[in-house]
Design a protein around this ligand. Sequence first.
Ligand code: SF4
Length: 148
Amino acid sequence: MLSEENFHLPLLPIRSAAKLLNISVHTLRMYEKEGLILPYKKESSHRLYSNSDIERLRCIRRAINESKISIAGIKTIYSMIPCYEIVNCSQTVRANCPAFKNHSKPCWNFNHTDNPCQSKDCRSCAVYQNYSECGKIKELIQDIIGQN
Ligand code: SF4
């Protein structure tokens, strides 16, 4: 069992990640371009993938291949993660956040210019990190419903 820290450690180069997932490097790059995944970028611009990234990608692959969900559909599911609750945004920040009312892409796909996310590293953010596994989003929604 990996520690939480090791789970998020960027280790695998893109070719190894693609091989592990049995997909092409092109497909991995396309998922990044679509904003489904934020791999760690080295200064050389080479990408590294963590075990957490691999779990996220497995979830994405299952959604596409087994549940027949499109990439647009997966982005919509990610957009439903209540980031504003997780990072505890004020009502004022919510009212002015471009991601708050949007339902077509995850918060980390937006260019945040005038709110606390402007200076954050999305890859290290709980919103991105904690919901890499398919079941976690459902658990989160159940928790929120249970609190209300
Ligand atoms: S830092 Fe990034 S992932 Fe976290 S809430 Fe802001 S936009 Fe979303």
